[in-house]
Each structure stands twice: as C-alpha cells, then as structure tokens.
Write a protein that binds this ligand. Sequence first.
Ligand SMILES: O=C(CO)[C@@H](O)[C@H](O)COP(=O)(O)O
Length: 226
Amino acid sequence: MRTFRIAPSILSANFACLGQEVTDVIAAGADIIHFDVMDNHYVPNLTIGPLVCEAIRPLTQAPIDVHLMVKPVDSLVPMFAKAGANLITFHPEGSEHVDRTLALIRDCGCKAGLVFNPATPLHHLDHVMDKLDMILIMSVNPGFGGQSFIPQALNKLREARRRIDAYREATGRDIWLEVDGGVKVDNIAEIAAAGADTFVAGSAIYGADDYAATIAAMRAELAKVA
Ligand SMILES: O=C(CO)[C@@H](O)[C@H](O)COP(=O)(O)O
C-alpha cells in the first residue's frame, strides 16, 4: 500500500483570513501546507515571505512545505528555516551552486528538495540524490494558480519515479515525489499511477465549497491506485 500526501497550496486561499484557511484545510484532512514564494523576478508574480510563514507556524503541527520560486535563493533559506519551514524546495535555475544550496537547507534543519519546471531536464538530479528529500515536478509553468495540467509531466514523473525506486533499492532511503499544478479530483489517480506520492492542489481545494469533501474525493481516487 503506497502512502499518499495531499498538500493544499495556500496561494489559492483567501488571504483576508489566511490563518483560518490553514486550520480549515488541515481539519479537512490535508497532510501538508504548501507555501508558494514568488519574487516577481524568477517568476512573474509576487507573493509571501518568512513573516507569513512565522505567523501560520503556531496554527498547525502539519509540515510547512516552502516552494521558493526565487532567484537567487540562498539568502532566504535561513529566514524560512527560522520561520518554521519543514521542507524547502528550489529550482536549479535559482541557485549558482545547487549542491551548496541543498546542503544549506539541511544545515538549517529542514528537508531539501529540487523543483523541475516543464522544460527543465531531470539530469540536474544526477549527482545530488543523496542530498534530496523531495523531488517536485511542476505540471504547469510556475507563477500562478489555476492553470491546466501539462500532460507531458506524466512522463517526467515516470522517469523521476524510476530514479527514486532505483536509489531506494541501492540505499534503503526514500525520496518523496511531489507534483504541482492543475491537480484535480479527476486526474489525481492518473498522476499517482505515473509515480507521484505528494500532491499539491490549490484551486481544486481552495476553490471548492467543501474542503473535506474534495480531499476525501481525492483520497478515494488515490485508493484505486494504491
Ligand atoms: O506553484 C504553483 C504555481 O506556480 C502552484 O502551487 C499553484 O498554486 C498550484 O495551483 P493549482 O494549479 O492547483 O490551482
């Protein structure tokens, strides 16, 4: 039986009552809070920083998964670690030294992950598997919620799953495989079958009237794959 995790993206939450939105999705059955950081430089949008992470930290025991869509990335890592992030992911294009940034994240006490845009090749994984806790495959171009799932992401998920399984067989250590962008109730099973185990969903959850019903519907779909 595979373990699946659902990570609502607060990018699609109502920011006028963000704290309540965080506690509501966790009460509705979510596993992780996905926290999108955009700098209006690496991506054409501007969102939230460490102060907001610090503000929501006391509201939940659930892991906060900080996705840094920023360039350069290193100076923000200690700030988010101090603000209570559990996982920090970044894009290889956002770092001058990927290996050094991964080590920095772990030295700050967080789990570390690399993010792959639709056009970013997986060869960036080649020499850093030992330093990764998570691989995040973007199934949209980063910057905005509410975009459609790019089907080519399924092949990239299959390839990433193959690499993770081979690595786990060789070392006994697992790496989470997260997917982000256009994840809905009606495609989550196909995405899980391609290898993802952790599902970021923004508009599908925060755009629904009933968060618990939507998360339960996602889990019912995932149960068909497990
Ligand atoms: O990082 C991003 C977008 O850059 C995502 O986390 C989106 O926020 C996902 O939103 P949906 O596609 O699920 O609406």
